[in-house]
Write a protein that binds this ligand. Structure first.
Ligand code: HEM
Ligand code: HEM
Length: 186
């Protein structure tokens, strides 16, 4: 149930873009009163525009992940704790993003923005933990190497140059009608 590579890359790209634009906006916001204040204000506005675009794409991706990733692994009881943390974190980011637009008072908006930023900064570490734990649970569930890996043939040049050792093919099992097999059966 490995994610299709487009969806996997999309997830990583969107998390990286959201984090980078969010962090650069924070820097720009701190520097807006400096000498180059105008430049930083323009940078900040552009970062927020990109952030909003990435956020919309993130919503599409999370929607696609529900039938393609979440429901299957949830039923299979795999990586549930960090998976639930991923769902909770994404939900918190979406709810606080909504609050950034519609919070009624300045105090509430400041609180909502602080929560959004704190959860947002924690997101990359959570994603990394989720992926590491998820892959570990996959290895535990299926300790056999993937079939592509089993059938792998190293390029001859690599073997000759000593960079890779040749794949060891397991000896074939004795057929049941051999003398050995017959003795074992008695
Ligand atoms: C918004 C929610 C979620 C997001 C964005 C997400 C994202 C991801 C990504 C990007 C990967 C790496 C996939 C790969 O390398 O092919 C992954 C792996 C994994 N996730 Fe999630 N996930 C979410 C929720 C969940 C939930 C709820 C569960 C389980 C109940 C779960 C279980 C797993 C497992 C088992 C793996 C390892 C799969 C493998 O070995 O390739 N995830 N997740
Ligand atoms: C699913 C994930 C996320 C969604 C849906 C989301 C959405 C949004 C939205 C809609 C805004 C308001 C933009 C505007 O005012 O034009 C915003 C602001 C912001 N976001 Fe995110 N975001 C997400 C993840 C992140 C992450 C990972 C960070 C990392 C630092 C982050 C940091 C920020 C910051 C610093 C602001 C500006 C806050 C302010 O105006 O006071 N966000 N976000």
């Amino acid at each position: 149930m490995r994610l299709e590579s487009g969806l996997r890359f999309g997830n990583y790209a969107v998390v990286a873009t959201l984090t980078a634009t969010g962090v650069i906006w924070l820097m720009a916001d701190m520097l807006k009163a400096s000498e180059d204040g105008e430049l930083w204000q323009a940078i900040g506005a552009n970062m927020l525009m990109l952030h909003g675009l990435a956020a919309m794409i993130a919503l599409v991706l999370v929607g696609a992940m529900i039938p393609m990733h979440l429901s299957g692994f949830w039923r299979a009881r795999r990586n549930r704790i960090s998976g639930a943390a991923m769902v909770g974190t994404n939900a918190a980011l979406m709810i606080t993003a909504w609050g950034l637009y519609y919070a009624g008072s300045d105090e509430l908006r400041t609180f909502v923005a602080d929560v959004h930023i704190a959860v947002g900064i924690a997101l990359p570490a959570l994603v990394a933990t989720h992926v590491v734990l998820g892959r570990r649970s996959t290895r535990r569930a299926d300790p056999q190497p993937a079939s592509a890996e089993r059938g792998r043939v190293e390029p001859l040049t690599g073997v000759v140059a000593g960079f890779v050792s040749p794949t060891r093919t397991p000896p074939p099992c004795p057929p049941p009608h051999t003398a050995e097999g017959a003795v074992a059966a008695e």
